[in-house]
Write a protein that binds this ligand. Structure first.
Ligand code: GLU
Length: 283
């Protein structure tokens, strides 16, 4: 068994991250497997090196150790580009020149499981216009979801303790695989990295269960193995909302500064015991 925890270094880790990392670490330990860290640092405008160091220090404080060096997404750009080129050769992606405002203004932009569904404007551009604009205009790359999903056929994944779940990637519309401002989207980078790292069990928050529709499709298209999944309950604050990076009081750094013992906290979290004012909830 190989599990992983994949923080984005865009803020301090909080109790929700601790819970997720501990579940993944504990599962690997019990099975005599390996636990790995991946740093999701391809968002150049928001990632900060200071948060990488702080996150690793927080994990150490909880008593978590990891196998090998943390994998850096910023060191994997070539692999993302190669996968994108492959999909492009197979005519499964297209460049999209729309701005956020263009998409928001479109009447035909209903919401899917992970935000607004792209109305498909740039999918219909002719080859000459596409080539001309590619040379001069900022663009992202989108998956032609209908075509991709048709090629891949019916897809499922195994959700631990629940059984098989049917993936419904079509509900997401033409998702972005390479961003205007970053060389890969979360979907593409995460799916490729989990395969490269040999992750057998993906243990992460249930806020990401919808993304698994897309990840499962990318695995099929790129001929990657499908791990087992476990989407766990989320740590919520007193307001019943899941913790966000702005909830400073729940940050591991502030708990540490308040004199909390990391290993005691870790043991409690693993038993589902949370500090006063926090609870675990399934969305
Ligand atoms: N960096 C992603 C996050 O923090 C990782 C998600 C995942 O575990 O796949 O949301």
């Amino acid at each position: 068994m190989r599990t992983r925890f994949a923080p984005s270094p865009t803020g301090e880790l909080h109790l929700g991250h601790a819970y997720s990392a501990l579940l993944a670490h504990d599962a690997a330990q019990r099975a005599g497997g390996a636990f790995h860290i991946r740093i999701d640092d391809i968002d150049g405008s928001r990632s900060r090196e200071a948060y990488v160091a702080a996150s690793l220090a927080d994990l150490g404080w909880l008593g978590i150790d990891w196998a090998g060096e943390p994998v850096r997404q910023s060191a994997r750009l070539g692999a993302y580009q190669a996968a994108l080129d492959d999909l492009r050769r197979r005519d499964l992606v297209y460049p999209c020149f729309c701005t956020r405002a263009d998409i928001a203004a479109s009447l035909a932009a209903p919401h899917g499981p992970s935000g607004a569904i792209y109305p498909g404007t740039c999918r219909h551009l002719g080859a000459p216009e596409r080539e001309r604009r590619l040379a001069t205009e900022p663009h992202c790359w989108r998956l032609d979801m209908a075509k991709a999903s048709d090629r891949a056929g019916e897809l499922q994944w195994e959700e631990e303790e629940q059984g098989l779940r049917r993936a419904n990637p079509l509900a997401h519309g033409d998702v972005v695989l390479a961003r205007k401002d970053a060389p890969a989207s979360y979907h593409l980078a995460s799916t490729l990295d989990d395969a490269m790292m040999g992750i057998t069990h993906i243990i992460r928050g249930s806020d990401l269960i919808a993304s698994t529709d897309v990840h499962r499709l990318l695995q099929a298209l790129l001929d990657l193995p499908t791990p087992l999944y476990r989407h766990h309950a989320l740590v919520c604050g007193a307001d019943g909302k899941r913790l966000a990076k702005r909830d400073a009081a729940a940050s591991l750094a502030s708990l540490r500064a308040a004199g909390v013992d990391g290993r005691t906290l870790a043991a409690d979290l693993l038993m589902g015991r949370l500090p006063t004012g926090y609870s675990l909830q399934m969305p």
